[in-house]
Write a protein that binds this ligand. Structure first.
Ligand code: PRX
Length: 651
């Protein structure tokens, strides 16, 4: 377990405990600790009772068919998640309740009631049909955080066309690869999106991406930046959103989908250079996101819930759109950056909409800590009753800061562990039951069997570290990797037979609480976003000056981890500060800003094993200034000594 951070011993001696207040317990959606045992004794029955709270056109015949590693849930059931997020709420008082409260970066805002959202989703779904979109067609969304993004998702789901959302910060090339992998026929984008006062040229990026995408026939473009748009529309291919929905009927019946029909594909980084298209299906994903919103976020009719993620990542899919709307909740959506126009923007939004539940990433909390507590202090945050975090381990200091400055030292915090692949939260406190401790995601959600095991798959004891695995299927688990079922089996189910390998290291404390330590594979977690070392390396060697490259994640005070690269230039090319900038920019252009290395070190050679494998572990030791680990397998020990010296000199 070379990857385990040295500070873990300090973490495990954390003694602060925060039980929920009696007031919170009394009103909580779940406050009986016996739910864990009951779910454990009959996990199929547990999930079935959640499914029964939702709408099905036809009920399932069986809850689970488990042919490891392939699971099917609610077999034979017919449902539609768009129906459950919209139509189900139209008959009673929720009809005119705010579904989406949207705040644009420039300060514009809009509120969609459930009735409004239903109407717009139907109109757009009819628009898609008029373009020839049919059930099963893959639709790529490359959009800013505007209401049309949620509308487009729900419209795709309504007609059974799986969506593939590509985060707006990705480069044209990344967009192209993702469109081609799933052979998308329609792309939905915008003329731009606002970010820190500037404009992200989404349409121009799309045009560039579409130079190599043979399957795309139509592009729908939302007008967001209007006069500031500097791109153009391509005759016959591109159509404005407002023109497409003009005159469309406000009625579009939701397609009855088989529980196991594909709902969406979401690309995420794995251990190779090529992102994986994680496939989620309809029924199980709906049940998982619905259940976790109700219990983990203790969602109530009157809550105003804000998840600060971008919908381009799984957190936004599950916890801005599907989970909250399936619960009939009010979900806040914000387009821009936390520090624009000022560093109190988040807290201004909380005050403005009287948000009661806030869900964000540790990286955002650490940034706010650095900016200072005067920013939240400017605002009345007394509406807040529950806080959540996701995406990366949270250091106890950031947890305490969040509790004190945002939660007024009185509200529970749920540190939620999960992944793109898991679809919904799997390890988390239940706020009306769990006594939390800063830095620990605490316990598996009821019905989930998570364990920490050693190399051989044997469970480790209290105080021990190992690999985090999941021993039972759960409804919202990924079903496969799009177009690559072998990779699904190999990536998640081959290290231990019939057990899901998460790729994370974890430790168990004396109380049986889980402490997630981060990835044990070649995945870097930058500000809660996954990047594979191979992707960065492929982008670097793509530059004609580069002979060889290795990249690693290095601890970063705010981002959790930052990308560091070690590069060998081709013979005859000189190293320079300018070349460093050129290469950083090259990675940004190839992948997107999140993958841009913080530091690049030029080296004549990279440490390799005798069989030629780059020893990233040693590079990590060098970058972190640690004592070097085992060097006996190195082909040339002098390389690493030289590199260490050079690194220390440059630091
Ligand atoms: O390493 C874990 C980390 O984020 C990874 C999953 O990343 P992604 O698929 O992009 O999904 C992020 C949002 C769900 C995990 O393998 N991670 C996520 N949540 C936590 C976490 N690490 C520690 N604590 C968490 N609460």
């Amino acid at each position: 377990m070379a990857e385990i951070s040295p500070s873990i011993e300090a973490l495990l001696s954390e003694e602060r405990r925060f039980p929920p207040s009696q007031e919170f317990i009394d009103q909580a959606n779940v406050n009986d600790p016996a739910v864990y045992e009951r779910a454990d004794a009959d996990y199929e029955g547990f999930w079935e009772s959640w499914a029964e709270e939702l709408h099905w056109f036809e009920k399932w015949d069986r809850v689970l068919q488990w042919d490891p590693p392939f699971a099917q849930w609610f077999i034979g059931g017919k449902t539609n998640i768009s129906y459950n997020c919209l139509d189900r709420h139209l008959t009673g008082a929720r009809r005119n309740k705010a579904a989406i409260v949207w705040e644009g970066e420039p300060g514009d805002w809009q509120v969609y009631t459930y009735a409004d959202l239903h109407r717009e989703v139907c109109r757009f779904a009819n628009g898609l049909k008029s373009l020839g979109v049919k059930k099963g067609d893959r639709i790529t969304l490359y959009m800013p955080m505007i209401p049309e993004l949620a509308i487009a998702m729900l419209a795709c789901a309504r007609i059974g066309a799986p969506h593939s959302i590509v985060f707006g910060g990705f480069s044209p090339e990344s967009l192209r690869d993702r469109i081609n992998d799933c052979e998308g026929t329609v792309v939905i984008t915008a003329d731009g999106g606002y970010r820190r006062g500037g404009i992200i040229p989404l349409k121009q990026n799309t045009d560039e991406a579409l130079e190599g995408t043979p399957t795309v026939e139509k592009v729908v473009v939302v007008q967001r930046v209007g006069d500031k748009f500097e791109g153009s529309m391509k005759e016959g291919r591109d159509i404005w959103w407002h023109d497409l929905v003009e005159g469309q009927s406000r009625v579009c019946p939701a397609e009855p989908m088989d529980s196991e029909d594909m709902l969406f594909i979401l690309y995420t980084s794995g251990t190779t250079g090529k992102p994986k298209g994680v496939v989620h299906t309809t029924g199980g994903y709906m049940v998982g996101t619905y259940a976790t919103v109700k219990w983990v976020f203790d969602m109530k009719e009157e809550d105003v819930y804000w998840c600060t993620a971008d919908i381009g990542w799984v957190t936004g899919h599950s916890y801005i759109v599907y989970g909250p709307l399936a619960n009939g909740a009010t979900s806040v959506m914000y387009e821009g950056a936390p520090d624009y126009p000022d560093r109190d923007r988040f807290w201004d939004i909380v005050e403005k909409y009287r948000a009661t539940i806030v869900y964000t990433a540790p990286t955002a909390i650490r940034a706010c800590m650095r900016w200072g507590e005067e920013h939240p202090k400017k605002h009345d945050l007394s509406s807040v009753r529950l806080l959540g975090t996701v995406g990366e381990p949270i250091n106890p200091e950031a947890w305490m800061w969040y509790r004190k400055n945002i939660g007024g030292d009185r509200v529970p915090i749920v540190d939620t562990w999960w992944q793109t692949e898991t679809g919904s939260i799997l390890i988390t406190p239940l706020p009306g039951i769990t006594t939390t401790t800063p830095g620990s995601a605490t316990k598996p959600f009821p019905g989930i069997q998570a364990e920490i095991v050693d190399e051989k798959g044997a469970p480790v004891g209290p105080g021990q570290g190992g690999y985090l695995v999941l021993k039972r299927p759960w409804p919202s688990m990924l079903r496969t990797i799009y177009g690559d079922p072998d990779r699904y089996v190999e990536q998640y189910w081959s290290r231990y037979p019939n057990i899901y390998f998460t790729g994370d290291g974890a430790k168990m404390d004396e109380n049986g609480f889980f402490w997630i330590l981060g990835r044990v594979d070649d995945v870097i977690n930058v500000a809660g976003h996954r990047i594979s070392t191979m992707e960065v390396e492929s982008a670097l060697v793509d530059h004609n000056a580069v002979a060889e490259a290795a990249s690693i994640g290095k601890s970063h005070e705010v981002k959790g981890q930052g990308v560091v690269a070690f590069v060998t230039l081709k013979e005859g090319i000189d190293t320079s500060a300018e070349m460093e900038q050129v290469l950083k920019q090259h990675v940004r252009t190839k992948i997107g800003a999140i993958a841009r290395p913080d530091e690049i070190y030029f080296t004549a050679d990279l440490p390799k094993t005798r069989s030629g494998k780059i020893m990233r572990r040693l590079l990590r030791d060098i970058a972190e200034g640690r004592v070097l680990g085992d060097t006996t397998t190195l082909a040339d020990p002098a390389v690493v000594e030289m590199l260490k010296q050079q690194y220390e000199d440059e630091e």
